[in-house]
Design a protein around this ligand. Sequence first.
Ligand code: CAA
Length: 700
Amino acid sequence: MSQAVSYSIRDKIGVISVKNPPVNALSQRVREGILDAIGKARKDKSEAVVLCCEGRTFIAGADITEFGKPPMEPGLPEVLSAMENLNKPIIAAIHGTALGGGFETALACHYRCAIASAKVGLPEVKLGLLPGAGGTQRVPRIAGVRAAFDMITSGNPIPAKIAHDMGLINEIIEGDLVEGAIGYARDLVDSGAPLKRIRDINIDSATIEPGFFEQARKRANARARGQIAPDRIVSCLEAAVELPIDKGLERERELFRELVNSTESAAMRHIFFAERLAAKIKGLPRETPVREIKQAAIIGGGTMGGGIAMCFANAGIPVVLLEINEEALDRGMKIIRKNYGITVKRGKLTDADVKKRMGLITGATDYADIAGADIVIEAVFENLDLKKEIFARLDATCKPGAILATNTSYQDVDAIAAATSRPQDVIGTHFFSPANVMRLLEVVRGEKTADDVLATTMGLGKRIRKVCALSGVCYGFIGNRMLTGYGREAQLLLLEGCTPQQVDSTLEKFGMAMGPVAMGDLAGLDVGYKARQSRNTEGDDPRPYAVSTRLVESGRLGQKSGAGYYKYDSDTRARNSDPEVEAIIREEAEKFGIEQREISEEEIIARCMYPLVNEGAKILEEGIAQRASDVDVVYVFGYAFPVAKGGPMFYADQMGLKNVYEKVLEFQDKHGEKNWQPANLLRELAESGGSFAAWDKQQG
Ligand code: CAA
C-alpha cells in the first residue's frame, strides 16, 4: 500500500487513514492507496469501513500541482466508483476542511460524519474549475439544485452543522472523531442500515421552477466578470436534473476537462500558489525569531487609520487609535462604528460581534498611551516631514523592541527610519483602501529593517488576514509605481480620441473591476490636483493632467461632487457620459496639437497594460520585488486586476514576451522615448524566448 494511506481493522471496522501533509491532497499515491485499501476491505472480514485523515484536515482537494500535467492512474472517478460500490457501508470521518475532490470523496461514501468545527465545500470555481468528481451531480441530489448552485458557484465552505441541516452530513461527532466514527459505523452495521448511494436518488424535475436555469446562468455570469467556470457549473446542474447520473458524470468530466485546460484556470491556479509563495522571504531562514504582538497602536484616525484599526480588532488584537484631539478622535471612532454598522446590515456580523470588536479599539490623544504598544502603525497623510516628526516622537516614546511601521504609499521608508535612533525597528506597511476590505498588504523592507521585524510583520499580516507581498524601497513601491504608466496612458488615450466610457468599458470588459478614468472619479480628482500643487511639477509632461486639472477647476471633483469625468445619478450613482467633458477633452487635445482618431479596443488594452508589465520588469531587475508572481499578487489583491488573467506578468507571458516587447518598441516610436523605455529584463527575456514564470524559477 502507498505510504500515504494505511489500512487496519479495529473492532471489525476497517479504517482507511490518509496521511499526505500538509493538507492530504489527493495526489496519485493517495488515490492509489485508497483504491488498494478498498480492494482489501471488499474481501476481508470488516463489517464497515471508515475513511479518515491524519494531521490538520480531511482531504482538502485534488492535488492542484498535478493539473496541466499528463494524467496519472488511477483517476479520481475510478477511486470514487470503487468506494461507492463497496459491498459494506463506508463512512467519511471529516475534520478540518473537506474541500473540492476531498468533499467529493466524502460524497461517494455511503455516510458522512464530522466534528462540529469541520467545514465542507466545493471551492473549484475559485480556481476557474468545476467539481470534476461528481460534486455537481451528487450535491443537488441531496441538498437540492438551488443550494447546490449557491454552494458551487460561490465556492464558499459551509460549517458542518449547516451541512448537517442540508443533509450533506449525516452525523455530528462529539469528542474523538475516529473513535466516534467507528462507533457510528458499528451502530449502522447493528441497525442494518442500507448502503446509501447518493447516485440512487432521483431529482424530481417538477420541483425546479420554470426558468430556474436561465436565471441561474444570468446570475452566475453577472458575478463572474467574464469567467467561464460559473456558466459550465450551471450546465452541469442542468445535466444533473435532465440526465441519468452516469451521463451527468460524463458531462461533468467533459466540462471539467475544458476548464482545466483553459488559460483562465491556469491563471487562477497561478495566483493560488503565488499568494502562498509571496509570504516566503528569500534568504530569511524559517527559524527567524518573531516578536510578540499583543497590543497595536495606530496613529491617525482617518479613513486609512480607522480601517487598519478594524483589521486588528477583527483579528482579536487590542488596538489604540491615536488622534491629535478629542474631536478628530470622535470623528474617527464614528466612521469605524458606521462601517461596522454597514456590515451588520448586510448580515455578516451581529451586534454582539461589533460590541466585542469595538471593545478592542481604544481612543487616545496622548503619545504616552501608546508607549506600551508592540507595533505602532503611522497612518497620517502623505507628507514626509510630518512622518519624520512623528517617528522621532515614537522613538522617544515607544518601548524598546516595538515595531515602528509607516503606512505610506510613496514616501522613502529609509528617510523615515533615519528620523529615529532605531532604524532596524522601522518598516513600511502599505495598506490599500478601504483597509478593512482590501486583502493586500505591501510590506516594505527598509535598508536597515531587522530580519525579525520583517518576519514578525509578515506573520502579523497573515494574522490580520492580509495577503502580504514584500517590496523594497522606491517611489510608490511595487503597486503605485507601476500604476503611474497605466493612469498616464488612460489619460493620453482620452486626448487621442477615446471617450472616458470607451477606455473604462474596454478595461472593464478585460476584467478590471473599474476602469481607470472612473477610478479617478471615485478616488476624487482633487487628491491628485492638491498633490501636484504641493510639489514641483517643472519638467513634468503636462498632458496626463490637463483634463483632470480643468475638471477640478470647474468644480468637478468626481463622485463626491456628483460629477467628474462622468455625471453621476444622485440616487443610483450610475455614471453617465457628459458632452461637456468630451468638449473639454477636445479643447485640451487641440492645445497640445494632438490629432484625435479612432482607437481600437486592442490598442486601449495594450497601451494600459504594457506600462504595467514594463515597469514590473524594471521593478524585478532592480530587486524591488522578489518574484514576478509577487507582482501579480500585488495587482490581483491590491488593484482588483482580474484573477482570471493571473496578474500583469502572467498575462504578459500569455501574450508572449516577444510580442509585448515589440509593442513597447512600437509605442516608443509613436509616443515618445521617455514613457516607453523598455526594461532590460523585458528585452532579454523577449530575445531569448523566455518568460517571467521561467525567470522566477531560475531565480529560485
Ligand atoms: N493541492 C496542492 N497543494 C495544496 C492544496 C492542494 N489542493 N491545498 C493546499 N496546498 C498547499 C499550499 O500550496 C501550501 O503549500 P506551501 O506550504 O508550500 O506554501 C500548503 O498546502 C498549505 O496550504 P495553506 O497555506 O493554504 O494552508 P491553510 O491552512 O491556510 O489552508 C486550505 C488550508 C483551506 C486547505 C487551503 O490550502 C485551500 O483552500 N486549499 C485549496 C483547496 C481547494 O481548492 N481544493 C479544490 C482543489 S480542485 C479539485 O479538487 C478538483 C476536483 O474536483 C477533483
